[in-house]
Design a protein around this ligand. Structure first.
Ligand SMILES: CC(C)(COP(=O)(O)OP(=O)(O)OC[C@H]1O[C@@H](n2cnc3c(N)ncnc32)[C@H](O)[C@@H]1OP(=O)(O)O)[C@@H](O)C(=O)NCCC(=O)NCCS
Length: 151
């Protein structure tokens, strides 16, 4: 049974915990330095963590540039998946983008990642195009998806 889930901005102190989510979620996980750079040096970056009893169970990052929000990554710890928590996390990210007056939100997703695509479609994202050979590990194509935040 999942306890109360909370959302807050990610800090440098969360990097180790976010790395656990990251390494259990992606074939080519980001390194710690990437998160450090996002938090410390990228003025456009906003990262949210989702916690249960202060344990980080998911995170979502975005770049807010002018009126566009670009999701960099979203992931939930494997044992917490399938409980609508990824959906809640993405909704928080959308809310944050709207608060920053973004009018569109975009992301790239592996063409083979049907679970994530299904989540994005559920929250209103539409397919916008293909970026060929976007993922360097296996040259997989990325599907670009976007949603209008003004509707
Ligand atoms: C993608 C991810 C964040 C979804 O999180 P989650 O908490 O498991 O998803 P939720 O329980 O909130 O499900 C929301 C929707 O996602 C889709 N979904 C979730 N699990 C699914 C599954 N096993 N099969 C198909 N669709 C699924 C459904 O549309 C679902 O809505 P529904 O329950 O009404 O059918 C999670 O699977 C994850 O961390 N995956 C690894 C990292 C990743 O691929 N990130 C995306 C990078 S672009």
């Amino acid at each position: 049974m999942t306890e109360q889930v909370l959302f807050r901005f990610m800090t440098r102190e969360d990097i180790d915990d976010v790395m656990k989510v990251e390494t259990s979620s992606f074939t080519v996980p980001w390194k710690r330095e990437a998160f450090y750079n996002e938090l410390v040096h990228n003025q456009f970056a906003k990262y949210i963590v989702m916690t249960e009893k202060e344990r980080v169970i998911g995170y979502c990052g975005m770049w807010l540039i002018l009126d566009e929000a670009h999701i960099t990554n979203i992931a939930v710890l494997p044992e917490y998946r399938g409980k609508k928590l990824g959906e809640a996390l993405l909704m928080q990210a959308k809310l944050l983008a709207i608060q920053h007056r973004a009018s569109t939100m975009t992301l790239e997703v592996r063409v083979s990642n049907h679970v994530a695509q299904s989540l994005y479609r559920k929250l209103g994202f539409q397919p916008g195009g293909i970026r060929k050979n976007y993922y360097t590990d296996n040259q997989e194509d990325a599907l670009v998806m976007w949603v209008n935040l003004n509707e």
